[in-house]
Design a protein around this ligand. Structure first.
Ligand code: FE
Length: 179
C-alpha cells in the first residue's frame, strides 16, 4: 500500500464513525490523527508514528464495513499485510501487535484493564481476553513488543472529540523517512 492508496482509503472510510471497537466519539480519521499526534509528542520514531497513524487501516476495507460486531475482524493482521509490500517492519510490526498488546496489558496490569472503554472490553472478549502466562512470554519475545505496547497506549487515548491535530499530509510526509 503506497501513499496514494493510503490517501484513498482515508478518503473513502475516514469520515466513518470510528467503530473499530464499537461506537467511539471520534471518526476513524480523527482517531488515526490523534494516535499519530500522541506518538509524535512522545518522541516516537518515524516508523512508529506511521504505525500509530495506520494501525487501524485493516478496518478500512469493504469486508470490515460489513462484518458483524460480534466476531473478531482480525484487522491488525489484515492491516499489517496491507502495508507490508511498501513499508518496513518498524511500521507493520507494531500494527500487527496492537491487539496482542491490549491482551498483554490486560493480563499484567489490572489498572489498564479497568480503564478500557466499554467498547474495548467488548472487543477484548472477541480477541481472546487477557493473555495466558505462555502468551505473555511469547509476546515478550517479539522484536517489536515494546513498540506494540506504546502504540496501544496512544490508541486508547486517541478518542477525544474535537482535539486539534496536524493534517494527514503532515504524517504521510514521514513515508519518505522509513524505507
Ligand atoms: Fe485504534
Amino acid at each position: 500500500m503506497d501513499k496514494n492508496g493510503i490517501v484513498t482509503l482515508f478518503a473513502m472510510h475516514g469520515m466513518r464513525h470510528y467503530s473499530g471497537e464499537r461506537a467511539e466519539a471520534v471518526t476513524a480519521l480523527e482517531h488515526s490523527l490523534q494516535c499519530a499526534t500522541l506518538a509524535q509528542q512522545d518522541g516516537a520514531s518515524a516508523g512508529l508514528i506511521l504505525a500509530a497513524l495506520l494501525h487501524d487501516i485493516g478496518h478500512m476495507t469493504r469486508r470490515s464495513e460489513s462484518i458483524r460486531d460480534d466476531v473478531d475482524d482480525l484487522h491488525e493482521l489484515i492491516g499489517a499485510r496491507m502495508l507490508s509490500r511498501e513499508l518496513p517492519p518498524s511500521v507493520t510490526e507494531p500494527v500487527r501487535l496492537h491487539v496482542a498488546a491490549k491482551r498483554y496489558l490486560c493480563a499484567v496490569d489490572p489498572a489498564y484493564m479497568a480503564g478500557l472503554s466499554p467498547a474495548s472490553v467488548h472487543s477484548l472478549s472477541l480477541q481472546g481476553g487477557p493473555m495466558s502466562g505462555a502468551e505473555i512470554e511469547r509476546y515478550k519475545g517479539e522484536a517489536y513488543a515494546e513498540d506494540g505496547l506504546r502504540l496501544r497506549r496512544w490508541d486508547d487515548l486517541a478518542k477525544t472529540p474535537g482535539r486539534a491535530t496536524p493534517p494527514l499530509e503532515h504524517f504521510l510526509a514521514l513515508l519518505g523517512c522509513v524505507r
